[in-house]
Design a protein around this ligand. Structure first.
Ligand code: NAP
Length: 278
């Protein structure tokens, strides 16, 4: 059983980003908009900031507290959208409960949408008409390519159909000629379906959901899940059991996550270059 770690491909991408950054007359900057109190947004910002520091991209954060209104949050994103010093904006979810998430996300202009989560950006990914995709979806494909996991014609079960993760992952796999089954919380007999697949990609956020019963002997398992528990960061995969049947799987931490950060930063560079050339 092989552990498909993200560290090596992440290192290679980090080097290429650092080299690319040296070509910029002015460093592109990234701003997070997030809840001041929710740990998921804080962890996401921390993880991306760490990667950004390593390549030299300045990151700032705008914090929304529980008293922030939707109008204030949208106004903040609109100011960032108009600010020429800011090349990328990431709205980290969840936002405070009083804030309408869709309104805030829609205020991010496509030209600064590093996460590719606005409707226009996702639409383009699903239509197969975009060079850029959400960092996590790009990371899944890069990881599979790095380890030379064949996709064309193979049956891939993607578990999770969110707009920002499961759907773009499924769409990109389809574009690579995989035969994709997209599963979700209403899927009947998840184990029966997933255990027919050559590759299982789990994008749910329920630790332990994917057990050996969900995995065909010799299959490859990609664990996108990232849940902070009292025992630390956990993926969706029950690693001990799955390791006994899978031929390869991505560990959590250390699998998709490290690569996702640099795929996001790569998006930032593309957008910053487009902004200066346009
Ligand atoms: P989300 O919006 O909550 O979506 C979860 C998806 O899982 C939904 O489509 C849901 O189905 C499905 N689901 C829930 N319970 C299920 C079950 N028992 N069986 C099958 N499907 C089930 O979450 P997300 O934003 O997509 O994120 C998913 C995970 O990826 C999270 O752990 C997140 O932290 C992680 N993530 C990791 C990275 C990384 O770099 N590693 C980056 C981004 C996100 P319904 O649609 O039917 O509700």
């Amino acid at each position: 059983m092989t552990a498909l770690t993200g560290r090596e491909p992440a290192r290679a991408l980090r080097r290429s980003i650092a080299a690319d950054l040296a070509q910029f007359a002015r460093l592109p900057t990234l701003t997070f908009v997030r809840s001041a109190s929710h740990p998921a947004g804080a962890a996401y910002a921390r993880q991306v900031s760490r990667g950004a520091r390593r390549v030299g991209v300045p990151v700032s954060q705008e914090l929304l507290d529980e008293t922030t209104t939707t109008a204030e949050a949208v106004g903040l994103v609109e100011r960032l959208a108009a600010d020429e010093q800011v090349q990328g904006i990431i709205v980290a979810l969840p936002l405070p409960s009083a804030v309408d998430t869709a309104s805030v996300v829609s205020a991010v202009p496509p030209s600064k949408d590093v996460d590719r989560i606005t409707r226009a950006a996702i639409g383009a990914v699903l239509a197969g008409a975009s060079e850029l995709a959400p960092g996590v979806a790009t990371a899944v494909l890069r990881l599979l390519d790095f380890y030379e996991i064949p996709l064309a014609g193979r049956l891939v079960a993607v578990v999770g159909r969110s707009r920002g993760v499961g759907k773009p992952v499924a769409s990109m796999l389809l574009a690579r000629d995989a035969t994709v089954v997209l599963c979700h919380s209403k899927t009947h007999d998840l184990a029966g379906i997933a255990s027919q697949a050559d590759v299982v990609v789990s994008c749910v956020g329920h630790p332990g959901l994917i057990t050996r019963e969900h995995v065909k002997p010799g299959a490859v398992v990609v664990d996108v899940g990232a849940t902070y528990t009292a025992d630390g960061l956990r993926g969706d995969v029950e690693a001990e059991g799955v390791a006994q049947v899978a031929s390869a799987y991505t560990p959590v931490p250390g699998g998709v996550g490290p690569l996702t950060v640099y795929c996001l930063l790569e998006n930032l560079l593309v957008l910053a270059r487009e902004a200066t050339s346009g």
